[in-house]
Design a protein around this ligand. Structure first.
Ligand code: SAM
Length: 266
């Protein structure tokens, strides 16, 4: 354990860099913040690479065991002052603990071979808040993971990890180009249900059965024609007011819980 109070310290600079996609790509690391989330991550088998905490709090009842566990897992343990913590977190009221972790991807062919449960496939999701919220909802609904298709926002960004509320540590993430996804699609043994505004089937009438792949479209453009064609069924949620569509994360949540309802009934 060491104390660092300088913003120019190389370890601190590297951690601050994790706000930028370029540095996350180079290092393969991402940041997560908060005592609860970092504790859960360790419990789920994600040893932190670096653990940063507010100097003077090392004897706190919840922090002390966390520091011990992270140290046992080989983490670099750094005590910092409030100013350094705020710079790393980029928040006015930063959490007492931050940690960096090595990102993990599920192999695309493994994800496509799933034989139970549900995977959510997102076409070019752009908003990290939406992606994090979908990860959180997917975890809540017991889904196995999320497939990212095409140019998506970074799942490991601070915004996405924050919005996931730690679910990113409990949900598989796989990535595909659209071509890779379409080529691998025949390997998916279950049902594929796409959600799309032009669909004629009401989502409550769909054949929700496991293993399920739920296909969700881009925030602006919806699903590409090729992805729509790859679904076994396309469904829509009624739009009764003036809005022409639901938010992507909301539409994903409604669909997932409809799937769960059918699972409970069957
Ligand atoms: N202008 C886009 C379009 O034409 O599809 C709206 C995209 S919407 C914000 C993002 C995604 O959420 C859609 O591609 C679809 O997967 C899902 N979605 C949102 N509202 C929906 C609805 N009422 N019925 C079916 N899917 C919906």
């Amino acid at each position: 354990m060491r104390l660092v109070t300088s913003l120019t310290n190389p370890s601190i600079k590297a951690l601050r860099g994790l706000h930028e996609r370029k540095y996350r790509r180079q290092s393969g690391l991402f940041l997560a913040e908060g005592l609860r989330i970092v504790t859960e991550a360790i419990e789920l088998g994600w040893p932190p690479q670096t653990l940063i905490f507010l100097s003077g709090r090392e004897e706190d009842a919840q922090l002390a065991p966390l520091i011990r566990k992270a140290e046992a897992g080989g983490a670099d343990i750094i005590a910092v002052n409030e100013a350094v913590l705020a710079k790393i977190s980029r928040k006015d009221n930063p959490q007492m603990v931050l940690a960096s972790f090595v990102e993990r991807w599920v192999d695309g062919s493994t994800a496509m071979a799933a034989s139970k449960g549900c995977w959510i496939a997102l076409d070019r999701v752009r908003d990290p808040g939406n992606l994090g919220t979908i990860l959180r909802t997917a975890d809540a609904a017991g889904a196995s993971g999320v497939m990212l298709i095409g140019e998506c926002c970074d799942a490991w960004s601070v915004e996405s990890v924050r919005a996931s509320m730690g679910a990113i540590f409990n949900i598989g993430l796989a990535r595909f180009t659209e071509e890779e996804f379409l080529a691998a699609r025949p390997n998916w043994k279950g049902r594929v249900i796409g959600t799309a505004l032009p669909a004629s089937v009401d989502y409550r009438e769909a054949k929700w059965q496991a293993p399920l792949m739920l296909l969700m479209g881009n925030e602006q453009a919806g699903l590409t024609n090729a992805l729509m064609a790859s679904a076994d069924e396309l469904v829509r949620m009624p739009m009764l007011g003036r809005s022409d569509s639901l938010n992507l994360a909301v539409a994903t949540g409604i669909s997932l819980y409809e799937f769960l309802r059918h699972q409970a009934d069957s």
